[in-house]
Design a protein around this ligand. Sequence first.
Ligand code: ADP
Ligand code: MG
Length: 256
Amino acid sequence: TAEPPQRLRVEGLTVRFGGITALSEVSFTVEPGTVHALIGPNGAGKSTLVNVLGGTYRATEGAVHYGDAELTALRPDRVAGLGVARTFQNISLALEDTVEDNLLVGRHRLMRRGLVPGMLRLPGARREEREHRETVGGIAEMLGIAHLLRTPVHTLAYGDRKRVEMGRALAARPSLLLLDEPVAGMTHGESQEMAETIRQVRRDLGLSIVLVEHDMPFVMGLAEQVTVLDFGKKIAEGTPAAVQRDPEVLRAYLGA
Ligand code: ADP
Ligand code: MG
């Protein structure tokens, strides 16, 4: 089972790529067990932020604390080891492999015994493998993809691939889940289902979620707190209702 979620504190985060400032002195806090949405127009710096949180991009300045740990100095595998899991805006699954095998990839950080006992087919390793299969089976059920476990990912519809991507992150039993545009490219109906799934995941697994979205209405019924980015800067923060009425936010979204 997962460790309890910790408070996430992003403090004065700046990320530059050569002459481009993708994030500029961004600060916000995600309270344990809540859904925090990160919204903003394309190019606002949302994915850059997720990449820093997940350890794939380096911060130029600033700090990210998850509980007592400072994440900005850590490699992605160490961040994952602290209970942080993510999805990618562009799906990154092994297309030729089955849904189950893709979900099992998410279990790797929890595989205590490593590969050799498994290859030798030792009884303990077999039991552990069975436990991993049961766990990913349960996750597949929660996500409505249990009937697809033996299906190769390349034959799946786009919406189902997005679910597998989320399932792989959940298989690591994270306490903090980073979702980068989980409904991008989905139909309205698929988006509604995904919203329900996110609610369920949060309720049943008790984790914190950072939900990155371009689409403002989607996050409104899901998040307690919203941080709005525009051109790398935080332009608003608050409840969904407050942020929705914020003149700066309307300007950023409508280009007015
Ligand atoms: P969003 O996810 O909000 O659409 P991104 O974080 O992807 O925005 O991008 C923010 C800015 O940072 C953009 O100008 C983008 O081109 C730039 N950027 C992101 N990643 C890189 C990178 N690896 N190298 C150079 N520029 C990047
Ligand atoms: Mg993005």
